[in-house]
Design a protein around this ligand. Sequence first.
Ligand SMILES: [Zn+2]
Length: 267
Amino acid sequence: MKRRLVRSENPKPVRRKIKASKFQNSKVDAASAKKVALSCQILAKLGLFKETTGHVSARSADGANMLIRGRGREETGLLFTKASDVVLADLDGKRVRKTGILKPPNESVIHGEIYKVRPQVGGIVHAHPASIVLTSMAGIELRPIFGGYDPRAMRMAINGIPVYQSSLTLHRVEQVHEMMAVMADSDICVLRGHGAVVCGTSVEDATIKAIKLDALARMNLQAASLGNVPSISEKDQQAFMSRGGTGMSGGGAETLWRFYCEWLKRG
Ligand SMILES: [Zn+2]
């Protein structure tokens, strides 16, 4: 694992390809490609991704395109994603330049349609965590059943998490617009029997939110098997929500991102 991470941190082939493109801020895009690859590795190691399905993206520096994990015969799966596996695509999911053998995934349309209408979104995770699939299919609501144990995950539950009812993979714009209507202004949408879409201001932010969503779903899944585990009190919920300071974006996410990068590096 350590050797793999070292390779991903020195993505010379990607740098050459992106520098050769017509886009400005190519150094920023190269850095984003590395973050997308790290996010894929972290989330796969945590079990949010399995095998070759799912993807992470970052909005490009010029705002008009996205850097998204590519798919193709030569891929080795999410756990082994390298920066050179990340492709530059427009917001319709079309590859901007044929710089490698991988192509944007069929579900690129999820990312592109969100980037088009939500300028504050800088990173997106689309994953198929078992915890989300099971809780959504069993109709287990993701409730705030803990407090100080994990305030970020608890706040997600209190804020409410929209659930899109179709289990189909999302290849068409019409499907994605239907999903986005359910998602509304939330940064999260559970796709029943499929997975979840998680938006962030950056790749780091989206990654940490996805980890917290999975933690919330895992706890609710285990609680459901125990019987009648109550939510924390209304008084506690209100107190937590009025505190602020440890919201789902901002510095806290950056700290957790550093933790997970170090955790990944140390195998
Ligand atoms: Zn999917």
